[in-house]
Every structure is written in structure tokens, then in C-alpha cells.
Design a protein around this ligand. Sequence first.
Ligand SMILES: [Zn+2]
Length: 683
Amino acid sequence: MKKVVAVFIMLIMLMGVGTVALAGAPNSTKVSINGKQVTVGLANVIFDGNPIETDIPPIILSDRILVPIRAIGNHLNAEVSWNQQTKEATIKTTSQEIILKVNSPIVTVNGVEKDIPYGVPAILVNDARIMVPLRFVSEVLGCFVDWNQDTYTGIIISQTSEITDISIENSSAMPKINIISTGKLEIKEEYLTEPDRLIIDVHNSKLSVTDESILDSNGNVNFIVDKFPIKSIRAAQFSNAPDTVRIVIDLEKSVGYNISTSDEEKKATISFLNSVQGISSKLVKGREAIVIENSEEPNYNIFTLSNPNRVVIDLLDSKLWTNELKLDVNTEFIKQVRSSQYVSDQSNTIEDKVVRVVLDINENRAIPNIMVDIKGTTMTIFVDEETFDNISYSNLYENGASIKIFAEEETDYLVSYNENSRQMEIKVDKNNIDLENGIVTVNDDYISNIVVNEDEDYKIITFKFKTKINYEVLSDKVDDTINISFEKVQENNGAKLIVIDAGHGGKDPGATSPITKTKEKDLNLKVALKLDQKLRDLGFRTILTRSTDEYIDLYERAEIANRNNADAFISIHFNSHSSSSVSGIQTLYCPAFDSKVKEGDQYPFAEAIHDALLSGLDRNDKGIVKRPELVVIRETKMVAALVELGFLTNAEEAKLIDTDSYHEKAAEAIANGIVNYFNSIGK
Ligand SMILES: [Zn+2]
């Protein structure tokens, strides 16, 4: 073994080379390697949950991350030394010794010479810093190494955890699996078919389960569950150094799943998605009904759409048992039932977990009322003219109307009204009221529909108003009848109504910038709120589809505009692209002939907005593009455009679009475009 003299090392480490910013760093920088100026990519490195701090940031060279050798020493408690004569750096722990020679393809590990993997050797940067390949060195020292391509982050975990328990939880119709570890779980999963099974690799972990009832004679986990969808669970030490535990969940059928972590990520829970197993049309208690059989008690959203009339039931966290399903019904109200795995047209991570069931209503029929009854895993949807038993609504007053909700006993309740979406929500303790879930279409001068839903504790009654209202709660704080009267707010009738749609929101973040880490949904909302103010200042009336960070269905966004007879609809987004060189402004629209509901030529509006954006923002012109598959611009009756105000994936633009002055200019430009459009059509 070579002897190494550790004399010059600290001296070299302390020689300054100027500072290079780490956080929010540009994605490339110039450094000197072997006396040559080279442009290299920048990376982030996280050691056991903490970002490393070095004066020269981690760099990417030939697809490998290199870090200053000192960083490895600091974080892994290794002794680092440098021999100036031989140009060799040594990293030593109690069990491992690695010698790297600058620019040499040969490395010595515990006295054995070998080729350095991937051909990226240790290098001398800016004549002062030894940088070494991160993955190779970390793995030799027994760490688990992972790479996040989105954020250019190398993740190093040095401590091995122990998996102490794998158990079944029966808190819902389908069993869940809990994995308990002594440390943060690093999980990589893969779903395999024929036979269906879910493979979960837990990195940097030792299997250390003590519950003998689930262990076989070799000390591996192996037990039969036999409760849909799980057949059995097996787990064993898959590899040592790096330590990986492999857990195999044998499944009865193809099924969707979710993995969530809790308890400082020391506990992972695998739950299975509701699987929609059958949809049929039946008479239930003499009433026309659609029956959906599930594997789990379903969560759902329900709403109605017109032109043509249809009722949409979205089953959340669900997978369709078969492929698309179509059912000819031909009853009094329903023509057919269609169901499919819902594919959202805007990229997000939730779309493949929604089963959308659409009831197409007979052409000569108004939208029927829908009552939903869930008993265990069976969902029965009644389709007829029945209304809610304990809600009465009267519009026979001169200037207003009133709502009465009858509770079983005296109860407190919560009334809230959102002026932007024009929805009133009333929450009543579930135990105090007898009310079926469903949707009743009213469609008079005031209300489009009434929806009753529930969460764990409350019945939630939502009134969707067509106009802005003033309301008064007439009942007592605690009362057996909730009594609310309301009247229309006279709105400035000459003023145009613009619906402003901040794209994405809530559980749907939209794109995330790999450069600034900013989420698209937040930028969209900032611009939307500024635009709202500007349009109001200009005398327009406005409605925001969302004014907070919340998730709103795409069809609901279009419905808000339609139900309020808006004059224009503008959806605000930011863009992303797999190539970081792409930048600029794009305006999307749906030609009237590609839509069943659109009235009038759509291009002039898109053009007016696009021109104003180009002159106001001075960015690349990515054009005006037809995108009829986008719900919000297709399902809105009025002129509509979706603006993409710049690329989150372009280094220069990502930073620019994250500034308040850019949001201000963008809002100003859109407002100008809207004014220009209405001037040009002479209205
Ligand atoms: Zn978007």
C-alpha cells in the first residue's frame, strides 16, 4: 500500500478562489481544469438531508457529479490527505481507503488498483481544489446514492436504517401495508405484471423484522394476506453494501397504488386505489339508477354540463377495471353511460387516478336531478326528478329568493359565500341532518344548481349562483331550520365581464422550474390577481376561477364563465420544455368549429392578447397556436385564450418570470390586449 504524506492538504484547501454562489446557482459556470477554461453544469448535493457547503459548487462533467474532496471528508467523517509530489488524494475511513490520482483513469481501493468507473477521474479545478467523482467515492464508502434529474440533485445517504416491521392495516375496505424503519425510508418502486406484483426496494436498509409470525425459516418476511388485492408479501435482504431490502407484494389483479410516508418519513404506507369493477343500469326501489361497483368506498366529485346535457361523476383515486366502458341505456333520462380513465389535458400527476363516468342525457330532456347513495363499496346514482327532502328553495319574492334547510334537531352551522366563484357553502354536522348527496339543477334567474356532498364530519350544501348576491342569515345561531334570504346585486350592466383563470392550483402544481424551483400554479395566481385589479380599474367586471391556492376542475372553470355569461375568458399559465434553450410567449385558442359550445370567431381575441404580450414583454414569439383539446378554451362559449407567459425551464426566462415587475408587465399587457380586442370589434 502506498504511503501518503498529509502536509499540503490544508494549505491548498484554504487558498481562496473567489466565491461561487450555491443556492439558486446558474445551471452552468466556467472553471479552469488543467489550465483550460471549461464551461461545466452545476449540480446540488444533499448529504443525509443537508446541502453540502463548499466554495466551489458541485459540477457536472461527462454526466458525472464532481465535488471538492473536502466535502466528502467533512460529511462522511473520512480523513482526507494530499500528496503534492505524486498528485494523489487519499480518502480514508475505518474500513476503506481510496487513492485517486489527478487526471488518472486508475484508482486504488484498499490497495487494489482498478479502472475508475465512467472514465471521469479526480481533477484539479482552478489550480486549487481537488474534485472527485461523487457517486463512485460515496458508494465505495458504503453510501446510497440517488439522483434527481428535475432538480439536478445528487442525494447521498450514509446511515443504514433497519426495517423493523411490515404489517397490514385494515382500516378501509382494501388493506394497506405499513413499512416501519428506524431511519428515513429511501424507496424505489416498480410495478410488474404477469403475475401482477409491486416491487419495493428500500435502499440503505437492513431487514430486521422480529415478528416471527411473518418470518419464514430463513428469517425472511413471507406471509399470506389473501385479502383483495393482496395475495402475499415477501421481503428479504436483496444486497449488502449498498444495503437494499426488497419487498415484493403479490397482487391478485392489476391495481393502482399510492405510497405515502409519515412520521419523519420513517413510516411508509402503501394503499391501493379504488378499482371500479362494474357499471350497470338498474331499477332500484322502482327508480332509474346507475350502479357503480367499487373495491373501496369511493370519493367523488359530481357536476353537470350542458350542450349537450350530461352529468359527470369523477371517482377520485380510482382505476377502471377494464379499458373504456360504454353502456347503452336508453331509459327515460339517460341515453348512454361512458366511463374511462380520465386523462387531463394539462400535465399533472393526478390525471391517471380519476375514473370519469359520464351520463349522456337524452336530447329532448333537461338535466335530471341526481341523488347519490353509497353503501359500502356500492355507489347508486338515482336519475330522476326527485329533489332534496330537506331543502326548500323559493324564488317567488319580488327581488330575491330564500333557502330553507331543515335539520333533524337544533344544530349550529356555518355559512360562507365566495363572491368570486358566486358559491355559497353551508356546513352542517352530519349527525344533525338527514340529507341525501346529489345535485339538483335549478336554472332560474338566481341559481344554476344545488350540490350536497359530505366529508367525514359535515354535510356540505353548495348553492351555485348565477349572479352576485347579497344575503342575510335569518335563523338563529343554533336552530332546527337554517333560513337564508338573498337578493341580486345590481351589477354595472354596460361593463364587460372577464373571467380570469389562474391555471392549476392546490394538488395540481403545474410545471415546476428546475432552476428556481418555483411552481407554475403560484406564478399563474400572482399574474391573475394583478390582472384582476387592472381590469377592475379599467371598468371591467371580473370573476376569478380561483383566488387562492386551490384545485378547481377544468370543466368547472369553463362552467363558471358560461354560467355567468362572461364576455371573455383568459387562462394564465407558464410553460415548460424538455430543452432548456426554448423560451418565449405563446397564446393558445380553440377555433369555434372545434368546439360544440363556442359562439363566434376566436382568433381575433387570441391575436389581440398575443400582440399586446409581445409588445409589452419583449420576449421570443412562440406564436398563436390552435389547441382544441384544452378544456378551458374549448368548453367556454365566449372568446377565450390561454396564455403561456414564459418558460420555467429556460435559465434566463425562469428568473425573469419570477419577478414582480414581470408579473406587473404581463398583467398590463393582457389588460391592454383585452381593451384592444373590444375596441376592435366596436363593443
Ligand atoms: Zn400550465
